[in-house]
Design a protein. Structure first.
Length: 380
């Protein structure tokens, strides 16, 4: 983001009244506080604005368009600020380029649903197809494409809400969902999701951040070291839809039970790696119930380490296999080439509604959807 925006830091944003979305409900001073000359757009008669939370360990910029994380700055081993998250400089660029999901909350169902259909209580629901014959991250009408309402804001936390109407993108039920971003004193960005419905439905939200711990604009993540606490992988077919079977990964290219360079085995000629053109798979975490550490990512070049803690049973590791030089330019006009970033998405398993053996993603009236993930940063 431009220096002009950062110079504003929290000016004017600490007022609760700054949480209004619609242009008619915002005062000019509140709009100016987010510096609309740097980041502003209007979509569906709602303002798309930028908000910032942070402390001495990390600074996070978030937009209410798709509840996206726009930037995430942490200190490297030389105490220099490094933005480790890919994205764009302007609201318009995010709106025009939603297909890569940069930094967004995706859903109603994060990941893929085979043939874009599922059955619930004997009723079949047809979803939007946006990944061949499949539905990906909620379809073309997913929550990543919506302007969320800011419900509360402080110097270290931001809560956004979106109400998805019954039938949106083919999903049943009116679902009210919230996401809260909070920075903590351990160098962590906490992301908490909640949701309620008036009709039985499915819900599986996750954050689709593209990380490069050498800094966004760096050309590869193959030099990053990854550890994942998972002994099994969800097997997929050639369309990356789960077969319903699990694969033991010990001794395979998918074995990250000990820290390993991502580039070490990524080009091995195995069916699963061929299907994903690299890593694009759900790791079935060894953790049981509760919130715990499940993975870590380390970049020797900067010394930045990112630990992942979650309540979720799965972690989708995507190694940027579909990125290419011809993609729209990112921050500062940078090119984001092939495998220049990775995603580590905490979630329930892909295609879960079509597999009874997978952890359930069903949400019923009177129940509350709840999920928490933390990306915790340090140097070593």
């Amino acid at each position: 983001m431009k220096a002009k925006y950062y110079s504003l830091l929290f000016a004017g944003l600490l007022m609760a009244s700054a949480c209004q979305n619609t242009k008619n409900n915002q005062t000019s001073s509140e709009i100016e506080a987010t510096d609309t000359s740097v980041f502003y757009a209007s979509l569906d008669n709602k303002d798309v604005l930028l908000y910032k939370i942070g402390n001495e360990k990390l600074q996070v910029s978030i937009t209410n368009f798709g509840a996206r994380i726009v930037s995430l700055e942490v200190k490297d081993k030389d105490s220099k600020d490094v933005d480790v998250l890919l994205g764009y400089d302007t609201a318009d660029e995010f709106i025009k380029n939603t297909n890569n999901f940069y930094g967004a909350v995706v859903g109603r169902f994060g990941n893929r649903i085979g043939k874009a259909t599922f059955t619930l209580n004997g009723t079949a629901y047809q979803l939007e197809k946006n990944d061949g014959e499949n539905s990906l991250h909620g379809g073309t009408n997913g929550v990543y494409n919506k302007v969320w309402e800011v419900k509360s804001l402080s110097k270290d936390a931001l809560t956004l809400e979106y109400v998805s109407p019954d039938g949106e993108a083919g999903y049943p039920g009116k679902v009210t969902m919230q996401v809260t971003y909070k920075v903590n004193n351990e160098g962590g960005l906490e992301i908490e999701y909640s949701g309620e419905t008036d009709k039985e439905t499915i819900l599986n939200l996750t954050s689709h951040g593209y990380f490069n711990l050498n800094g966004e604009g760096d050309t590869t993540i193959l030099d990053h070291e990854l550890w994942i606490d998972a002994d099994k992988l969800t097997e997929v077919d050639s369309n990356l839809i789960p077969t319903g079977r699990s694969i033991a990964i010990k001794g395979t290219p998918f074995d990250f039970t000990s820290p390993k360079l991502i580039g070490a085995d990524i080009d091995k000629q195995t069916p699963q790696l061929k299907y994903g053109l690299g890593y694009d798979h759900n790791f079935e975490l060894n953790k049981k119930d509760g919130f715990s550490e499940v993975a870590s990512l380390y970049a020797p070049k900067t010394g930045i380490e990112m630990k992942i803690l979650t309540t979720e049973p799965g972690l989708q590791f995507y190694s940027g296999n579909f990125m290419k030089d011809s993609d729209p330019k990112g921050k500062g006009g940078k090119t984001y080439p092939y495998r220049a970033a990775l995603c580590l998405e905490t979630q329930h398993f892909p295609d879960a509604p079509n597999h009874e053996s997978f952890p359930s993603t069903t949400l019923r009236p009177g129940e509350k959807y709840s999920s928490k993930t933390e990306y915790r940063f340090s140097v070593r």
